[in-house]
Design a protein around this ligand. Structure first.
Ligand code: FES
Length: 348
């Protein structure tokens, strides 16, 4: 199958697109953050310039692209396919502040229990809608009475009209009680997002750094999204994923993490149980997950660390990691789903 090379200016990033494939689709699948909105040729968000090469529009000239635009070398990448290698001018989305925050209806596509207290919820957006987001960001569920509940997206933005979340059951919690006891597939919900600055930095300096990803419980979700995003991009930065939970049953996607570590040389997976005293079948690490990291890496100065989990875990880890040389700007953390859901559950 013929494929073409697309060179993006001014960043110099490159990616490949097969003949006949929509350029935006290929870019998103390869982790390139093009701006876009409707993906239907109507909004103009994906407009860029062709500096060299040729594109065509298999579905006809898009609504938001006039003959004048074409004469000036403009193109709408959500509709265009390449006819040759291309050099294009396009400002890639670099920060969360550039992403459009949307309020959308969504349908519960599936509910699947991953463990005794964790539910995987898949949401499907209306066919005409898409949500651009960075791997690791979160959305809010908009509930009755103005309540909101925040959860990290557990999937990478590869298929952007479905969203995956890991919800931990907080007994007595207004929202998670409903999810575990009364919600059904095909139910409608309202969401708003994406939000948050917890996402993988991919600037040149960051890309040189090995990564430590530290999860506590369902803090695994945004880190899973980041790893899946890196895998889709073919990133080979060393990744050390530490997942701290109480008992083996809380490692609700252990097989998936083991599979990554088995398949990809650069991914290392270290599960850590904090409550393994009675578990004679457990041969792995025990204790606090941040302590396991501190024991394994006496010098953290070359790393970037992303951590997601309950606030006490995050706070203890911050102190310990800074003492071992981690630069403060290389530390990214996220603990909202615990604080928001658990604390508000008590207040509701
Ligand atoms: S995304 Fe709306 S025109 Fe391309």
């Amino acid at each position: 199958m013929t494929s073409y090379n697309i060179n993006i200016q001014p960043s110099g990033q490159q990616f490949q697109v097969e003949a006949g494939k929509i350029i935006l689709d290929a870019a998103l699948e390869q982790g390139i953050s093009f701006p876009y909105g409707c993906r239907g040729g109507a909004c103009g968000s994906c407009l860029g310039d062709i500096q060299a090469g040729k594109v065509t529009y298999p579905d006809g000239l898009p609504m938001a692209l006039g003959e004048d635009d074409i004469a000036e070398g403009k193109a709408l990448f959500c509709q265009a396919v390449a006819e040759s290698d291309l050099t294009i001018h396009m400002a890639e989305i670099k920060s969360d502040t550039e992403i459009e925050i949307k309020t959308l209806p969504a349908r519960v596509e599936s509910l699947r229990k991953l463990s005794h207290d964790v539910m995987e919820m898949q949401l499907k957006l209306p066919a005409s809608e898409h949500l651009a987001f960075f791997a690791g960001q979160y959305i809010n569920f908009l509930l009755q009475g103005g309540r909101k509940r925040s959860f990290s997206l557990a999937n990478a933005p590869i298929e952007d009209n479905y969203l995956s979340l890991h919800l931990r059951h907080i007994k007595g919690g207004y929202f998670t009680d409903h999810v575990f006891n009364a919600m059904h597939e095909k139910d409608l919900v309202r969401i708003e997002g994406p939000h948050g600055s917890f996402y993988l930095r991919t600037d040149e300096e960051s890309k040189q750094r090995p990564l430590i990803l530290m999860a506590g419980g369902t803090g695994f979700a945004p880190l899973k999204a980041m790893i899946e995003h890196m895998l889709s991009e073919g990133v080979d930065r060393p990744v050390y994923l530490y997942w701290g939970v109480r008992t083996q049953t809380d490692l609700y996607q252990n097989d998936l993490a083991e599979k990554w570590a088995f398949q990809y040389e650069n991914i290392h997976y270290i599960p850590v149980l904090s409550d393994a005293d009675d578990d004679t079948s457990w041969q792995g690490r025990t204790g606090f997950v941040h302590q396991a990291i501190a024991d394994d890496f006496s010098d953290l100065s070359v790393f970037s660390v992303y951590m997601s989990g309950p606030p006490p875990m995050i706070n203890a880890a911050k102190t310990a990691f800074m003492q071992q040389g981690l630069e403060s700007e290389q530390l990214y953390s996220d603990s909202f789903d615990y604080s928001a859901d658990a604390l508000k559950a008590m207040a509701d």
